[in-house]
Design a protein around this ligand. Structure first.
Ligand SMILES: [Zn+2]
Length: 279
């Protein structure tokens, strides 16, 4: 739409008043510029309508009521989240992934000069649990190697699962969400035959159980439609079995400036640090 208008403009004969550019001083947009500098742009991957009040209330709760949070709709499924201070903005961006009504919100820090439709929302962090590994594979290096081919590893920690489910490796990885999410990976050594390690996702978003993409369900899946028409439809390849069970939280403090589940993360990080294998 915007491009069409710009093309039309080249054929316009402008009046003098139209042609004379308005000169803006920095103070004319000082406040809005400061707000943008403390904001994140978020895309919610859903076809469903979003209630702005509901989104604000949900994110206030999920983010521990950050002071002065403002949520504005930009269009095209993109929202701007303005924070009262830099610390809350950094904490929320680092604490992802985030969900709204189980729909994934892909957050990017606002960047000067980048228009909303130019922001790349193709990558999102995910916390993946690697479970039922042989005990001798429980290392940060193994966690990193298991993600080769899937995305950049942001963090690896050893964690205790709730109940008596034992320990797991938790990997925070930046996945390309234009591709189906990975379900697991074979691992082997010189002495061991390959064994399959299933991936389990914390904060598991709604996704298509047929093709594994985030942003639609199997009723709106083009791949399913085309394969069904061609008579080669498969059984659903994805499902809620990819959802992780909670990590044991040794203590819980509300609104201490951390995202949900962080106490377990930080204690697990400390443990991984003690093992001296993070780097
Ligand atoms: Zn699909």
């Amino acid at each position: 739409m915007e491009e069409e208008l710009l093309q039309k403009l080249s054929s316009f004969v402008l009046t003098n008043a139209e042609e004379e550019a308005v000169l803006l001083d920095a103070e004319d947009f000082n406040v809005s510029h400061q707000e943008c500098a403390r904001s994140a742009m978020g895309k919610i991957l859903t076809h469903k309508g979003i209630n702005l009040g509901g989104l604000k209330a949900s994110m206030d709760l999920a983010w521990g009521y950050p002071k002065g949070l403002k949520v504005m709709e930009v269009g095209g499924g993109i929202y701007q989240f303005v924070f009262g201070n830099e610390m809350d903005l950094v904490r929320v961006i680092a604490g992802g992934p985030w969900l709204f009504n189980n729909q994934l919100i892909v957050l990017q820090r606002w960047e000067e000069g980048v228009k909303p439709d130019q922001i790349n929302f193709s990558y999102s962090p995910f916390w993946i649990q690697l479970r039922a590994l042989p005990l001798e594979f429980m290392s940060v290096v193994v966690g990193r190697k298991m993600m080769v081919g899937f995305g950049d590893v942001l963090e690896v920690v050893m964690a205790q699962l709730s109940g008596n489910q034992g320990r797991c490796i938790r990997v925070k990885v930046e996945l390309d969400i234009t591709k189906p999410i990975p379900r697991g990976k074979y691992v082997r050594t010189a002495d061991w035959n390959p064994i399959w390690v299933s991936f389990r996702y914390e904060k598991f978003p709604h996704l298509c159980h047929y093709c594994g993409l985030v942003g639609h369900d199997d009723k709106a899946c083009m791949l399913k439609y085309n394969e069904s028409k061609a008579g080669i439809m498969k059984v659903n390849q994805y499902g809620v079995w990819l959802r992780a069970s909670p990590v044991k939280a040794p203590f819980k403090k509300k609104f201490e400036g951390r995202s949900e589940g962080s106490p377990a993360e930080s204690s697990a990080t400390a443990r991984a640090g003690q093992e001296g294998t993070e780097d």
